[in-house]
Write a protein that binds this ligand. Structure first.
Ligand code: EPU
Length: 430
């Protein structure tokens, strides 16, 4: 099992380039199945969620070629059997996007229940509601989700709860259905817009992505395309917080500043300088960090995927901060780990009260999930002394070359394989 060893206390300085967005790419890779020809995807991050998604396609019969430099050519036309077995699906939450895409292409899908980081309850009732509205019959049997439809017919889908995954699955299933589908109360995250842009470049007719009403006029066929994935807003936000926590000065390149607005606004409240340029942001700190309140919300609100990183930063700020988690009902599992490092945080249900302690101290800790793991890296970078982070496979699902990128910014971080622990636990992903 690999771990990170971080000697903390160094300011991060220099430039870092952000990779393609994980939560866009894990939807776009399965969406290639909908094309009746090969697709070229650019700006694909080298993260384990991507390897798993590509592996699923490959095992199903697709031709997957790595052209180098984050560019892949994928021909999914040889896929004949719309089945993703447990052994493949269990590794990744986003494997449920194969449901929408296989249903859209073959009118049938059989996919094992997805794995997933434990962030609290993660039902898929809204996904199934969308498939049912389009005319599909959904069954759950022996851990497999079985979906079939004689015909997919455009429909009105109203989500009872805003869901990124259900919105994406509804788009994937509706894009080749007959007639018009209207999705109401849709999620508005940048990766939903990215997926819609990708599908439109294949010949789909999707309007309104990025608003809460998405209209999809079904088309008979989709062609192969060439498409570059957007930069990862959460990776960018994580480096923004890491720079702030170490009182550094970092230029974060290859970002879309508009996607970072809620993160930028909160950093400014905490006393961090954020300068915006066309496709980069500079983070610097020249005064004290101060308390604030954070409440996670669906986009364009403050992202839940930045909540653990901000809680860590607020440990280093003056005063008492309140962090409220509105999306998931158990996303504070990292708090015990931060306490080992000297944090003063109490959690009641979905609310954390953080007393600023000014300084954290290195300790052995364990990453409970992807973003919590990133938060512990930030804590280690800012802390006095040595932090050892276990279970870093969580972090490697979503952050390309994190230790190289941080080392280039001056961090003292090293990845170490602990002998005799090469077998890792089930890497259920986000
Ligand atoms: N929900 C339902 N029913 C459903 C679907 C969702 O009740 O059918 C609830 C969930 O339990 C949760 C809320 O709705 O309380 C929002 O869940 P959502 O469906 O939006 O989340 P997701 O699709 O499972 C994606 C990201 C997560 C990110 C959330 C929220 C991917 C692969 N995962 O998850 O990313 O936290 O949206 O923005 O896109 C991460 O990258 O670290 C990560 C966890």
């Amino acid at each position: 099992m690999d771990k990170f060893i971080i000697k903390g206390g160094r300011r991060l300085e220099g430039e870092v380039t952000i990779s393609g967005a994980k939560n866009a790419v894990v939807a776009i890779i399965p969406a290639v199945i909908l094309a009746d020809g090969p697709c070229i995807l650019e700006n694909i991050p080298d993260i384990s969620d991507v390897s798993i998604s590509l592996r699923i396609l490959y095992e199903m019969g697709a031709i997957v070629e790595n052209l180098g430099g984050g560019v892949y050519r994928i021909d999914a036309t040889p896929i004949k059997e719309p089945v993703v077995p447990y052994e493949l699906a269990r590794h990744m939450r986003a494997s449920y996007y194969f449901l929408g895409t296989l249903l859209g292409k073959f009118h049938r899908a059989r996919v094992a229940m997805p794995g997933g980081c434990y962030l609290g309850d993660r039902p898929i009732d809204q996904h199934l509601k969308a498939f049912t509205a389009l005319g599909a019959d959904c069954r759950l049997e022996n851990g497999m989700i079985d979906i079939s439809a004689d015909m997919l017919i455009g429909s009105q889908i109203y989500f009872d709860k805003i869901s990124v995954g259900a919105t994406i699955n509804a788009i994937l299933a509706a894009v080749r259905a007959t007639g018009l589908t209207v999705i109401e109360n849709a999620a508005k995250e940048p990766h939903i817009v990215d997926l819609a842009n990708f599908l439109n470049s294949m010949g789909a007719d999707i309007m309104g992505a990025g608003t809460d009403v998405i209209k999809i006029r079904g088309v008979r066929q989709l062609k192969g395309t060439s498409y570059a994935i957007i930069p990862d807003q959460i990776e960018a936000g994580t480096y923004m917080v890491a720079a702030a926590a170490t009182k550094g000065n970092v230029l974060i390149k290859n970002v879309i500043p508009k996607h970072l607005e809620s993160i930028t606004a909160k950093l400014a409240k905490i006393g961090v300088n954020v300068e915006e340029f066309d496709d980069s942001v500079r983070i610097s700190v020249d005064g004290p960090l101060v308390k604030t309140s954070v409440k996670t919300q669906p986009h364009p609100g403050f992202p839940t995927d930045m909540q653990p990183q901000f809680s860590t930063l607020l440990c280093l700020a003056e005063g008492t901060s309140i962090v409220t988690e509105e999306i998931f009902n158990n996303r504070f599992r990292y708090v015990d780990e931060l306490r080992r490092m000297g944090a003063d945080i109490s959690v009641e249900g979905r609310v954390a009260v953080i007393e600023g302690v000014g300084k954290l101290y290195g300790a052995p800790v364990t990453a409970p999930d992807l973003r919590a793991g990133a938060a512990l890296v930030i804590a280690g970078l800012a802390a006095a002394g040595v932090t050892e982070i276990d279970d870093i496979y969580h972090i490697e699902r979503g952050y390309e070359n994190i230790e190289q990128k941080l080392r280039a910014l001056g961090a003292d971080i090293e990845k170490r394989t602990v002998p005799g622990t090469a077998v890792r636990k089930d890497p259920a992903a986000m």
